[in-house]
Structure formats: C-alpha cells, structure tokens
Design a protein around this ligand. Sequence first.
Ligand SMILES: [Zn+2]
Length: 275
Amino acid sequence: MALIFICADIEGVAGVVNREETLITGSDWQRARERMTMEVLAAIDGARTAGATGFTVADSHGTATNILPDMLPDDAELVRGTPRPLMMMEGVDHGPFTAAFLLGHHAGIGQLRGGLAHSFSSRLISTLRVNGRDLPECALNAAIAGQFGTPVTLVTGDDACIAEAVEWLGPVETATTKRSIGYFAASGRSPAVIRDDIRTAAARATARAGEVSPFRLDGLLAVDLTLKWPLMAEMLAYLPMFERTDALSVRFEAADAATLARQLQFLLTVLPSLA
Ligand SMILES: [Zn+2]
C-alpha cells in the first residue's frame, strides 16, 4: 500500500506565466486553477499505475483555494486554506507517506532565471537564506517531508525550477512543464502533452520511492531574511529572537525545517500590516 503526499503550487503549471493566472483576482486564474488541478490528477493517475492507493493533496498556492475539490478522486484528501503551521507541506505529518511530490513549483528568489521566481512571498521577501545558501521552496518543502520520514521523489516545474531542485535534492524524477524565458515569459508544449509527462514521471517516482532517502536540513538553521520595507526589519528587531543585520534584513534561528515553516507562516501573516 503506497500513500502519496502531493504539494501543489501554480506558478510551475504548464502555460502559466503571469499574475492574471496566479492571483485569484486575475482574469485567467480560473483556467490556470483547472490546469493545476488536472496536473494533480495526472500525477495521481500515474502513481496509481505504480501501486499508490491513497493521496493527500495540499493546495499550496496563495489563498490555497485553487484546486477544484469536486474533481479529486474518492481516495484523495485535500488540504485547503491558509495560514497553517507546515505551510505548503501541511498534512505531511499525518503519514507515513511512501513519497511526496512537489508539483507546479518554481525557482527560488536567489536564482537569476525562473518564471515568477520567489521564495514563499514575492510581495514581502527579497532574499531567504539558510546557513548562507539561498533557500528555494522545493528545498524547504523537501526538508519538511524529510523531517517526517518522507522522501520527495518527483518535482515538476519550469526548467529553472527543475535545475534547482536537482541541485538540492539529487536525482529525483522530474517533469519539465515549460522553458523559462524571463520572469513573465516561458515557452512550452501543450498542457495535455505535459500531463502525459507528469503521469509517466509520477509512475516512476512511486515505483522508485524505496530507493530515495528523505532529504534533511540537519542541525540548528541560521536564517537570513531580507524584507521589502525597512519598518518590517525594524519591528522584528524589537523581539530578542531577531537580530537586525541591515536596513531590510534580520537573522534568526530555527530548530528544524518544520519550525522554520511555522516562523515563516507567522511572519507572512503579520508582516503585511507593516507594508
Ligand atoms: Zn505559488
């Protein structure tokens, strides 16, 4: 019996290139959320052919109300809404899962390339580093899964995201949804063809799950966070856990990946009041 955890974002979905597609107020969001849902369904189909029998799907973009719940199969549980303590990986602690898939992902803010590249918030975060290294969403998400004993075995997104994921996670299965041209531009094949690729990759990623070790970020994590407005860093430095390192930046520590998720979720929820 193989149980699969799926974390689904939208920026890396086939065809998605700009905010009209990623914001719930955007003129093309309805089409993008349908395609995001269909990519999740393709991954579920593929995993099922390799023996998966149950799924938890975390809707992990923006308001986390993108995936159309009525389209999911009977054996899938949907995690919806935000804020939540494990952020994009909420529910991965309710395993044990055989494997986790990161779908529709995008490159981190530290990359020179990548469509819609950001790390957890394009509105609030300019840089996010852990132990001196730029931390993309795929790495923290994989580390949270790893903390609960689950290996990430599939990543889908544009070519910049895939390159970054392989750099962090090693030889995971991948499906490249499009080629990044710029922040708001990409080139790619039809979403239906991409879904076929995702289906095939998900089958391999399920079959190979036993060979992949959970990814971990071990030890105390030193976090450097650069925000968009000086007032945010100024106010955080009122609290002893934050050291202000420049006008826009603070440094703090996280005991582990799941704790960092809670800290970031707290910050992303309260900092907009200072913008
Ligand atoms: Zn997103």
